[in-house]
Design a protein around this ligand. Structure first.
Ligand code: FMN
Length: 343
């Protein structure tokens, strides 16, 4: 059986060398923002500043959870955090389970806080671990190790079901999530990892005192596919391929969750690949846009490479806002989003 260290290293290797994006669409192509031939604003005045859970950001972007605990992850997290610091963005580290099991891996997570003392930084652990011996102490330890401003609780039933070593007992987690949210000294947020969150789940999480949700919908990184590429037996490979496109498309998950939870902090991630898609997601109700896979490869090179990708993304978002006459994110959120063909 592969150990957790090997599994984490496999995930990064596969995500860097194989095509891991779903064939399914995020759904953002089905939506259009309405072009304003007379935007009545100066592009130079468009502001992306915003506040998320009390933290001021220069743009509504979260560098999403990816890694920690392996050989390469120290450098990856360092480059991601330095880029977030330079651009005034938020960041989350990858699952810290490996750090709880092997404290020697702590520096590969903590480096993010060392190089970026003032960014909003979030930790990450799996919700299912609440059924495998982890409690408030482990989450608190993970948060303290990186002086986290909050903890992401990842919900990944598809990945665990496909993984050979998967932890599949997801029974009665909600009541444990509520206890955790009530006792953790920092805000607890929930996220999927690429299969989306249905509105009734979002409501149940909000009622369990979760402070924010990243829908992380379908259309981006496919964890079934990644686990299928790790699998060695043909039956498991076949299982993975059957579920390779499983999940609620990001745009749909976001719009449905926003419909049920007005005013609740929502993050959109899962296949958002340019600033125009980000603008659509913000107009559909996202407060923040999460990006994971597009930043992985640049993060293996340098901080400058990560900054270049993010600057391009921000430029595209800024132009989209200009073209709908939105001088700030509040105005963008009030702009209509139309279903293609219904304009
Ligand atoms: C290489 C890689 C590793 C990831 N590791 C984690 C993780 O440890 N914890 C987690 O909650 N999500 C993890 N994710 C999921 C992302 O945070 C994100 O929810 C998902 O990939 C969708 O965003 P994307 O399409 O921009 O990649 C990982 C994603 C990638 C690409």
């Amino acid at each position: 059986m592969a150990n957790i260290w090997q599994r984490k290293a496999d995930h990064i290797d596969i995500a860097l060398t194989k095509r891991v994006t779903m064939a399914k669409s995020t759904g953002f192509d089905d939506f259009d923002l309405v072009h304003q031939a007379l935007p009545e604003i100066d592009l130079a005045d468009v502001s992306l500043h915003m506040t998320f859970l009390g933290h001021v950001l220069s743009a509504p972007i979260l560098v999403s959870s990816m890694t920690g605990g392996t050989e390469r992850s120290y450098e990856i997290n360092m480059h991601l955090a330095e880029a977030a610091r330079e651009l005034g963005l938020a960041m989350a580290v990858g699952s810290q389970r490996i750090m709880i099991e092997d404290p020697l891996t702590c520096p590969s997570f903590a480096v993010a806080r060392t190089v970026a003392p003032n960014i909003p930084l979030y930790g990450n652990l799996g919700a299912v671990q609440l059924n495998y011996g982890m409690g408030v102490d482990a989450f608190q330890q993970a948060a303290e190790a990186i002086r986290a401003d909050g903890m992401f609780l990842h919900l990944n039933p598809l990945q665990e079901a496909i993984q050979f070593e998967g932890n599949t007992n997801f029974a009665q987690l909600l009541s444990k999530i509520r206890i955790l949210a009530d006792h953790l000294p920092v805000p607890l947020l929930a996220k999927e990892v690429g299969s989306g969150i249905a509105p009734e789940i979002a409501v149940a999480l909000a009622e369990s005192h979760i402070k924010g949700i990243d829908v992380s919908g379908a259309g981006g990184t496919s964890w079934a596919h990644i686990e299928g590429l790790r699998a060695t037996d043909p039956a498991r490979q076949r299982l993975a391929e059957v579920f390779a496109n499983w999940g609620i498309p990001t745009a749909e998950s976001l719009a449905l969750c926003r419909g049920q939870l007005p005013g609740f902090p929502l993050i959109a991630s899962g296949g958002i690949r340019n600033g125009l898609e980000a603008a659509k997601a913000l107009a559909l109700g996202a407060d923040l846009i999460g990006l994971a896979h597009p930043l992985l490869e640049p993060a293996t090179h340098s901080t400058a490479a990560v900054i270049e990708v993010l600057k391009q993304f921000i430029w595209e978002l800024r132009v989209a806002m200009f073209l709908v006459g939105a001088i700030d994110l509040e105005t963008l959120k009030s702009r209509p989003v139309v279903k293609r063909g219904c304009q």
